[in-house]
Design a protein around this ligand. Structure first.
Ligand code: SER
Length: 770
């Protein structure tokens, strides 16, 4: 049986032997800005197809990581749908065309993979006589196994615009057992499991513009794609992609967490953990928009399916380890980023697990009560419990209940609107609105402060990318006249050194007094110049580009200062996480930054003046004082204990069967601290026999009990301090235990101490009477 790893290798070798340049898979984060994720093997080569860049090779071959989420609802329900998949592809950039593409594909399948010819069927675009004839001639395929299908099936487009062309597909026939309920009509192109499309050969010869017009490309190209999962399932002779060696190790790992066998959930988890591991490996982190949101949805869906399988612990990072060990030798970035991947998944799972059960309960109630999930409910689930809308919809569908998506979207819009308006009108530290006239009076001043914070946000983004890396992208931003808040993708907390480096860099750029240039350009031109844009934003064809020297360039419609020097001063006041992989920095500029720094300086000045310490010596002095304080506390604790010991040494024993039993009660509180173990030790050395100590803490409403017994008595009378403590603690409404000669426990009912003492005496009497 051919392994999937072997198929990858044989595919690349076959095309390398036929003069194709073997290229590494590009990242799932595409350079092409028209799509969020790499959806096909051709995407990294798009500029060559369009003639925008000269191709460095005439032929190429790849195994490309891809993600498509349009079929996400089918994942796990069919044998062949996935979010993440690997696409085997061969490409010609103005070199060979239809004939060779057909010959290569046929040879690979029938000679390299040795698939019986009669198991293969072909489809061509209905008007493509040339392709039909080439198949008949070069593959010697009988005409009745060449199907002419329409545009929906046999004309491939990478999106609403871009390179496209007629295509020809190769289907594998799974035999009549896999046929649909309509055998009369079942043929390639039918959506059932009999004829599975394994390879798509695209004869890429047009560019489609925004009006749908097709213009011939400068050269004719070939773009082919074969899903590794599908060809592996053919070669391993299994009914479902999930039964191939691409999935079985992951499924086996899931089974170590659960005994449940719900296939859909097992498959969804296996699919989604593969996708998530690869996405994070390519620098995508869970977030609230764009790719980050797709990742979050996929991860949260997997966590929820874990609940269906009754998995109660965090399990996804464990699965990711399996994905990394299975795929890491081919996709080395998974090894390199292993710790990061595991950390992000663990954090996301812990975060969502906190609210998931509450959210599921709430959803259950809503469904039971109302039979419909209205906009407010869906929004509450999203906002309070972290349920992506699609997750709520999925659960609703399972229960045959509808969700008011329009209502949800309206509330979402309102929340965004509130966030936008708070940026302008909320002025106090607590974000409270200020009076109707004051706003007008403050408008001009606010406008300037606002511009300072806004321009500083641009410098901050550029500085973060400079210091932390280009994986940093904006995932949220709020600019007010008093402060700025910037959310960005980054997997870990910034170190104090990184924070100070970022702050320093922004301040240097302020000191450099860079001109702030604003100009209009076409969107494409702006992006080509490297301007930062937001994926979630819809831009017009003409966009406004704000540049600050060579340091920062962003698409932006806001108000800015004229030169960076106008910002004055920049101070970061906080840095923290807002969700896994997304950090938030709050910062202030201008007069706000100045008074912030002054306030801090005032603290230092006061310390220095009041205690007559030089500025430079304050830190050392505070350290010394803290150490001295600790020593004093320790000393005082020792003294307290000594006083107690002295007192207890005069304790009169009770006699039970002629044995001395010492029972003492002490009180502690917030200001008294007793080292009970030490105390018991020294008392026992002086008094011997049986010693029982109750320590009451009224502040915390609890009582601790300790029992120490002479080893000789333990032996003679089989006394057992641990067993006694258990019973006493039960009376005191708590628990405890320990060894025969020493044990400790306690409880929360202080009233029951006399009852516990009586019990203790009974227990001792019982043993001593034997
Ligand atoms: N671009 C085509 C596809 O994705 C062939 O690679 O199916």
């Amino acid at each position: 049986m051919l392994s999937s790893a072997e198929i990858r290798k044989r595919f690349l070798k076959f095309f390398a032997d036929n003069d194709h340049s073997v290229q590494k898979s590009a990242s799932l984060v595409p350079e092409d800005r028209t799509v969020l994720l790499t959806i096909a093997g051709m995407l990294p080569f798009k500029p060559y197809f369009l003639g925008q860049k000269p191709a460095p090779f005439k032929r190429a071959t790849t195994v490309q990581k891809c993600i498509r989420t349009n079929d996400i609802d089918n994942v796990g329900r069919t044998p062949r749908h996935h979010t993440f998949f690997e696409m085997l592809g061969n490409f010609s950039f103005g070199d060979y065309f239809k004939k060779d593409a057909i010959i290569f594909a046929w040879k690979f399948l029938t000679e390299e993979m040795k698939i019986p010819k009669d198991k293969l069927h072909i489809s061509v675009y209905k008007e493509d006589d040339e392709a039909a004839e080439l198949w008949a001639e070069h593959a010697a395929i009988p005409k009745n196994r060449i199907y002419r299908l329409d545009k929906n099936n046999n004309f491939w487009e990478s999106g609403p615009t871009g390179p496209c062309g007629p295509c020809s597909e190769i289907y594998y026939d799974n035999g009549p057992d896999a046929e649909c309920e309509d055998p009369g009509d079942c043929a390639p192109g039918c959506d059932c499991n009999r004829y599975v499309e394994i390879w798509n050969l695209v004869f890429m010869q047009y560019n489609k513009d925004e009006n749908g017009k097709l213009t011939p490309l400068p050269k004719k190209n070939i773009d082919t794609g074969m899903g590794l999962e599908r060809i592996t399932s053919v070669m391993q002779n299994v009914k479902s992609n999930f039964e191939t060696d691409l999935f079985t190790p992951i499924l086996n790992k899931i089974k170590t967490y659960t005994k449940e066998s719900n296939k859909v959930s097992l498959y969804v988890i296996a699919d989604h953990i593969r996708a998530s591991t690869f996405m994070i490996g390519d620098g995508i982190f869970p977030g609230n928009d764009g790719r980050g949101y797709i990742l979050k949805k996929i991860l949260r869906r997997a966590i929820r399916h874990g609940r269906i399988l009754n998995i109660k612990t965090n399990f996804l990072a464990g699965l990711a380890e399996t994905v990394i060990s299975e795929y890491g030798s081919f996709y080395t970035e998974l090894q390199t980023n292993k710790q990061l991947i595991l950390d992000i998944i663990e954090t996301e799972e812990s975060n969502f697990s906190k609210t998931l059960d509450f959210g599921l309960n709430l959803l259950g109630q809503i469904i039971a009560d109302k039979k419909k999930i209205n906009g407010e409910d869906a929004f509450k689930l999203f906002d309070t419990y972290g349920f992506p809308l699609e997750l709520t919809q999925e659960i609703a569908r399972e229960k045959n209940v509808t969700v008011d998506v329009e209502g949800f979207n309206k509330l979402m819009e309102e929340q965004k609107e509130r966030a936008r308006s708070s940026a302008v009108f909320y002025s106090s530290e607590e974000d409270k609105p200020i009076g109707g006239e004051a706003i007008i009076a403050k408008t001009e001043q606010d406008r300037i402060e606002m511009a300072r914070h806004h321009s500083a946000t641009h410098l901050l983004q550029a500085a973060l990318r400079d210091v932390l890396g280009t994986h940093v992208t904006q995932s949220g931003s709020l600019v007010s006249p008093e402060r700025l808040r910037f959310d960005f993708t980054h997997p870990k907390a910034l170190t104090p050194e990184q924070i100070s480096e970022v702050e320093k860099l922004v301040n240097y750029k302020i000191m450099h007094n860079l001109p702030v240039d604003i100009c209009e350009k076409s969107y494409d031109e702006a992006l080509a110049e490297g301007a930062m844009a937001l994926f979630t934003e819809k831009y017009e064809k003409k966009v406004r580009v704000v540049s600050m020297g060579d340091f920062s360039k962003e698409l932006c419609g806001g108000t800015h200062v004229q030169r960076t020097g106008d910002i004055g001063l920049f101070k970061i006041i906080s840095e923290g996480a807002i969700s896994s992989g997304v950090r938030r920095i709050e910062a202030i500029t201008g007069s706000y930054a100045l008074s912030y720094v002054n306030q801090k300086m005032q603290v230092v000045d006061t310390l220095s003046q009041d205690y007559k310490i030089n500025h430079q010596e304050i830190v050392q002095k505070v350290k010394t004082l803290a150490e001295e304080n600790n020593q004093l506390l320790k000393k005082s604790l020792e003294l307290q204990n000594q006083i107690i010991i002295n007192k207890l040494e005069n304790l009169k024993p009770e006699k039970i069967k002629n044995q001395d039993i010492y029972i003492a009660e002490l009180e502690t509180g917030a200001d008294i601290n007793i080292d009970a173990k030490k105390l018991m030790e020294s008392l026992h050395q002086k008094l011997g026999h049986i010693l029982c100590l109750f320590i009451k803490n009224k502040d915390e409403q609890k009582v601790s009990v300790f029992i120490k017994i002479d080893p000789a008595l333990v032996n003679t009378y089989k006394l057992h301090a641990g067993n006694m403590i258990k019973e006493l603690s039960q009376i005191l409404e708590g628990n405890g235990g320990g060894k025969p000669d020493f044990a400790q426990g306690g409880g929360k009912n202080l009233e029951k101490i006399p009852q516990a003492i009586t019990k203790l005496k009974d227990l001792i009497l019982e043993k001593l009477s034997v």
